[in-house]
Design a protein around this ligand. Structure first.
Ligand SMILES: Nc1nc2c(c(=O)[nH]1)N[C@H]1C(S)=C(S)[C@@H](COP(=O)(O)O)O[C@H]1N2
Ligand SMILES: [Mo]
Length: 316
């Protein structure tokens, strides 16, 4: 993000496709190498492939789009997750070192009932829905992803926010042993994000625990991440360990590191250019021609009311 010098949307679809080819090749080589070193019969053929696990009892959620889904391969190999490196392929390559079970989400701050939630339990006890959302990165590319998750309100109602709760702060795991990118000071770790309470309670806002009907791949923010589809992708914080209700606006990682480039709100807004590139158009990953970027990423009907009277060029 910050480090890029060229407009990242100039990445052409042709640069994406070879990743898939490369991955297949890597899988093949991984298997071949294993076979060469150890008795072939003792090794399952898919030893090097990531485990994929279906999520049970997923119902169809609201706000769907009939736009074409972005390929699973692209969704899981073209990622921003700087805890595993800044190259788009780094998370798929290195996020295997993240241990996602057991995983505790601490919910605290201005609430009547602070809680430590076991995310493994949440997968079986929370109402899982599929939500097909557009994700628009500030780098001017976008995807359409069938997330599996549940509204933030499922957690918020259980902890009972006090009258002082105005914002919600989120924090990613901080563990350089599991997240090698945290050994470099790209940003101040851990990655933190925040929402206004009404944004967090908006029916569009979800905790995602999976995609394409399966448990969340590590590179996409396992085991639990935010998805707030009317905001730029960086608001959708991954691998969350803490959710804290506060009375003041919490710091957010990209705002702290480059305040003139990234605001707290970060609503998708084609009329508010990033200081170094336009936000008017975007490249849908897998497509060649760019398309126009829509205000609020096309979710204005659900969210515009929350910003009535605010100057969104000032509150970018
Ligand atoms: N902890 C953490 N969360 C993060 C990021 C990150 O680097 N670290 N990158 C953000 C950015 S810039 C984007 S565009 C989305 C990308 O999500 P995806 O890789 O699942 O498409 O994750 C967001 N969440
Ligand atoms: Mo992003």
């Amino acid at each position: 993000m910050l480090i890029k010098t060229r407009n990242p949307a100039d990445v052409r679809p042709s640069e994406i496709t070879p990743r898939a080819v490369y991955l297949d090749r890597r899988r093949f080589l991984g298997t071949a190498a294993a076979v060469a070193g150890v008795a072939a019969a003792s090794l399952p053929a898919a030893a090097a492939a990531p485990s994929r696990e279906k999520l049970p009892n997923v119902t169809k959620g609201p706000f769907g789009t009939d736009e074409e889904l972005t390929d699973y391969e692209a969704v899981t190999t073209y990622n921003n997750f700087y805890e595993f490196g800044t190259d788009k392929g780094d998370p798929a390559r290195y996020a295997g070192s993240l241990k996602t079970r057991p995983w505790t989400l601490v919910v605290d701050g201005e609430v009547a009932k602070p809680m430590s939630l076991d995310v493994g339990d949440m997968l079986t006890t929370y109402p899982l829905e599929e939500r097909i959302y557009r994700l628009r990165c500030v780098e001017a590319w976008s995807m359409v992803i069938p997330w599996v998750g549940f509204p933030l309100t499922e957690v918020i109602k259980r902890v009972e926010p006090t009258g002082n709760a105005k914002f919600v702060a989120f924090q990613t795991l901080h563990d350089p042993a599991q997240m090698p990118g945290q050994r470099r000071r790209i940003i101040d770790w851990p990655y933190v994000e925040g929402l206004r309470l009404d944004e967090a309670m908006n029916p569009l806002s979800i905790f995602a625990v999976g995609l394409y009907g399966e448990v969340m791949p590590n590179q996409n923010g396992a085991p639990i991440r935010l998805v707030v589809p009317w905001k730029y992708g960086f608001k959708s914080i991954k691998s969350i360990v803490r959710m804290t209700f506060t009375d003041t606006m919490p710091p957010t990682s990209w705002n702290v590191s480059a305040p003139h480039e990234y605001g707290f709100y970060a609503n998708v807004n084609p009329g508010a250019p990033h200081p170094r590139w336009s936000q008017k158009r975007e490249r849908r990953i897998g497509e060649f021609l760019r398309r126009d970027t829509l205000m609020f990423n096309g979710y204005g009907e659900q969210v515009a009311d929350m910003y009535a009277g605010m100057n969104l060029n000032q509150w970018y």
